[in-house]
Design a protein around this ligand. Structure first.
Ligand SMILES: Nc1ncnc2c1ncn2[C@@H]1O[C@H](COP(=O)(O)OP(=O)(O)O)[C@@H](O)[C@H]1O
Ligand SMILES: [Mg+2]
Length: 315
């Protein structure tokens, strides 16, 4: 861990797991709101109602009986993503990039037969990938097409932009880039790399890969620092607006940039990971405390974004 000793961690204002849970998630995320973010179908519906764009839903498989119809649902779609509604950390997310005859081709090139895919969906329903192992639903959705900008620093999958939002203010951001290891997914636990992003400008800072600081993409060798994320103000606006969707005080907002459709809201997380601090070489605590101290809290999304850009610029 780059911040060294516990004392140095404190000085850097790094938020630890217990503190995140006790002082932030428990205090600011009421229990009864969790279902809104722990179920991706509900988040999608809320986002659409609020006028935010999301990856289009092609279908939902809710009960075993519907599985034999899955190939019909997929008929018109060469590419798609199938995932557990209540998954997390990228577990169970399958990115299908094309067809090979009547079979399915994953981003890694692996071919999946029709019965294998049906079996996969059945595993999702049984709760194999879900929080607490509860029975789940399988979502089938549009496969986001990555912006060519990310071609040099992304391996096969679509990068996503994670923004931690506290009481409606974007406080820290990173862009997560898939690697050969991560199988088309942008989750750090799957092996993706996370580059910190300056809240004020949308430019990338250093990056973290498997808990270490890196400056180049491990597969492509291209630098991951100093890149301008496009549509930055819009991304901040979507993140700030996500607060109004659920009323949850402390969330990680995941947004993807589609080549043609622009920014799409992917999901919300009630327990966002702490590695974002390594990617930014900065602690979350001072930023959270700054927001907690604001006396007259601005209400509109625009004001909250402006405040964050003014006060939380990277040094
Ligand atoms: N519709 C999609 N198109 C392309 N990639 C996707 C899509 N949905 C998810 N992914 C990839 O998989 C990762 C994990 O998906 P996500 O929906 O955020 O679930 P989780 O809760 O498991 O993180 C995303 O960060 C993204 O890289
Ligand atoms: Mg995610």
């Amino acid at each position: 861990m780059i911040f060294g000793t516990v004392r140095r961690l404190r000085e850097a204002g790094v938020l630890g797991l217990n503190e995140r849970n006790n002082r932030y998630t428990l205090a600011y995320n009421p229990r009864y709101l969790y279902p809104l973010v722990d179920d991706k179908l509900r988040t999608k519906q809320l986002a659409l109602k609020a006028g935010l764009s999301v990856p289009e839903l092609y279908g939902v498989i809710e009960i075993e009986h519907q599985i034999k119809g899955i190939h019909e649902v997929l008929e018109g779609h060469r590419e798609f993503v199938i995932k557990p509604a209540q998954g997390s950390g990228g577990d169970g997310v399958l990115v299908v990039a094309g067809r090979a005859k009547h079979m399915y081709r994953l981003v890694s090139g692996v071919i999946m037969g029709r019965s294998q895919l049906a079996h996969y969906a059945s595993n999702i329903l049984s709760g194999l990938f879900s929080l607490g192992g509860h029975p789940d639903r399988a979502l089938i959705e549009y496969r986001v097409q990555f912006d060519p900008l990310f071609g040099a620093i992304s391996f096969q999958g679509v990068p996503d932009i994670r923004i931690v939002v506290f009481q409606g203010f974007p406080v820290m951001a990173m862009v997560r880039l898939p690697t050969r290891l991560s199988d088309g997914k942008a989750n750090l636990h799957q092996g993706a790399i996370g580059a910190g992003v300056d809240i004020a400008t949308g430019r990338t800072l250093t990056a973290v890969w498997r808990n270490e600081v890196v400056t180049e993409h491990p597969d492509t060798g291209n630098p991951v620092t100093g890149l301008q994320i496009p549509h930055w103000d819009r991304l901040l606006g979507i993140a700030a607006q996500a607060y109004d969707l659920t009323g949850m005080g402390y969330v990680g907002v995941d947004i993807v940039l589609d080549r043609d459709k622009g920014p799409l809201l992917l999901e919300l997380n009630a327990r966002p990971g702490l590695n974002i601090q390594i990617a930014n070489r900065a602690g979350l605590l001072p930023r959270l405390q700054l927001i907690e101290r604001i006396a007259a809290r601005p209400n509109t999304v625009e004001e909250r974004v402006a405040f964050a850009k003014d006060h939380l610029a990277a040094p």
